[in-house]
Unconditional design. Structure first.
Length: 502
């Protein structure tokens, strides 16, 4: 029996090779793997000695030779042809690939990245996986022990295991090629004819949105994100719904430069606030809706201090997210053993691809992460916004773009007073937001994620005492809304940008 071992990740390879040798395998290897095995005292034949051809082009060509690939690809019924050619078969191939993903993540130059594109490795693995009825194909050191167990106990009964490992190999090489293709496409066409997303499982989840649904968390190879880098400090494992809510909360709280707090439920914020201190910001976010926060998620964009932790402690929450935690704050929350506490190392910044599933297809779009520029803000009313109204409108715009459409939010002094979201008509969304705000809507500002098709929202806001409105504009009947604002003495600002979230 013969095994071909050629790995860039050498974890566990010496012990695996030693186990194979004890089972009677002849070891064949190349380059650094051969050196590692020899230094460990194992007998190993170098590929160059097997093929009679040296490694060339600085190691670019080592294993691409008929004496290697014929030995891997030959079926059991082709043994006589191998004998005529003087080629011995391989029974096991263990290969892992050049670390291309690590290279590009570390900022490798174009030339350096190209050198980390493995050619021989995927070819060896695919050959072994294709011939899995006879050959073991391994791409993951985590499988070494299981394979040794099969070889010791019942190698003739291990076809199912070889087939499973072959599937793993083809998924591995496909993901590797997808990552490389994506790297080549970067900076080019946004939506090329072929778009490949390689996914690697992070963990199984207890269930999906409901207990009858299976679920798992995957990461996109070659990408990173705040939640995937987060460290869970305490609490139960994160659920499918927890991840969705946590992503929405962290995206919103990351939009603010000043200390900010977001209370969120079912991917919609129920309380958002900013202030000069984290404690004050959280108190305002809580006061915005002290009922809906129950069983929700809180995201903070500053390290959690003890003062804020004291305010959080009495509230039942599912998840708490912050960039860091003072030791005293963690100690204060330690008794809430089910509370999931996540340290999120970075804010949600930059562009990414928004992917939505259809049966048999995907919708892809650029995520809407672009902020407003001052040149886009246009006062269209006779009344000019005050300095506080300008501040509140900018704040409200960040909030309304995080709500499900149709969306309206009412804001005053850096605090949400009420929001209407997911409504089928804009007037219903406005009514919901203003009813939630109640009497404190007097002197507030209102933000809308899309234009007003009629002037009814403006008139309703005026009746409730709203003093300024920020909206995209662009309706054929904008003039009616502007006239209603002028009649009420309200300020109105157009952004020229729609921010639907369906």
């Amino acid at each position: 029996m013969r095994a071909l071992l050629s790995v860039s990740d050498k974890s566990g390879i010496v012990d695996f090779a030693r186990g194979l040798q004890r089972l009677g395998f002849e070891l064949v290897s190349s380059g650094g793997t051969a050196r590692a095995l020899s230094e460990a005292g194992l007998r190993v034949t170098e590929v160059a000695a097997l093929t009679g051809f040296p490694e060339v082009l600085g190691g670019r060509v080592k294993t691409l030779h008929p004496k290697v690939h014929a030995g891997i690809l030959a079926r059991s019924d082709q043994r006589s042809e191998l004998d005529e050619l003087g080629i011995a078969p391989f029974d096991l191939v263990a290969v892992n690939l050049y670390p291309f993903e690590k290279a590009i993540a570390a900022g490798a130059s174009g030339a350096e990245a190209l050198e980390q594109i493995d050619i021989g490795g995927p070819t060896l693995l695919r050959a072994a996986a294709k011939n899995h009825e006879r050959v073991w194909a391994l791409c993951d050191p985590a499988d070494y022990d299981e394979v040794l167990t099969h070889l010791r106990q019942a190698p003739e009964e291990s076809l199912d295991a070889r087939r499973r490992l072959a599937a793993k190999v083809f998924a591995h090489t496909a993901a590797y090629d997808a990552l490389i293709a994506d790297w080549f496409l970067r900076g080019g066409e946004a939506f090329p004819e072929k778009r490949l997303l390689a996914l690697s499982k992070v963990s199984d989840l207890r269930y999906g949105e409901n207990p009858q649904q299976r679920a798992a968390l995957y990461r996109v190879d070659g990408e990173s994100g705040p939640l995937l880098q987060a460290q869970q400090l305490q609490g139960k494992p994160m659920s499918f719904n927890n991840y969705g809510d946590a992503e929405a909360a962290w995206n919103l709280v990351s939009a603010f430069d000043e200390p900010a707090a977001v209370a969120l439920k079912h991917q919609n914020p129920c309380g958002v606030a900013v202030d000069s201190s984290l404690s004050a910001a959280f108190q305002k976010a809580y006061d915005a809706d002290p009922v809906s926060i129950f069983g929700g998620i809180v995201a903070l964009n500053r390290p959690l201090d003890l003062e804020t932790a004291e305010k959080l402690a009495p509230i039942f929450l599912e998840v708490l997210l912050a960039p860091d935690y003072q030791p005293q704050a963690l100690a204060r929350l330690a008794k809430k053993k089910n509370l999931r506490i996540l340290r999120v190392p970075e804010l949600a910044r930059g562009d990414y691809l928004d992917v939505r599933r259809l049966r048999g297809g995907l919708l892809l779009q650029d995520a809407d992460t672009r902020g407003l520029t001052e040149s886009e803000l246009r006062v269209v009313s006779q009344s000019q916004p005050s300095a506080q109204e300008w501040a509140d409108m900018r704040f409200a715009w960040k909030v309304v773009r995080a709500l499900r459409s149709n969306a309206i939010t009412v804001v005053k002094n850096g605090q949400t007073l009420g929001s209407g979201m997911g409504q089928t008509s804009r007037i219903d969304a406005a009514r919901h937001a203003l009813d939630r705000a109640g009497a404190v809507a007097a002197g507030a500002v209102l933000a809308s994620d899309a234009f007003f098709p009629f002037d009814d929202v403006v008139k309703l806001a005026a009746e409730r005492g709203v003093r300024a409105i920020i909206q995209p504009g662009g309706s054929k009947r904008d003039a009616d809304s502007v006239a209603a604002a002028d009649e009420a003495g309200m300020a109105m600002v157009f952004t020229g940008v729609r921010v639907f979230r369906h």
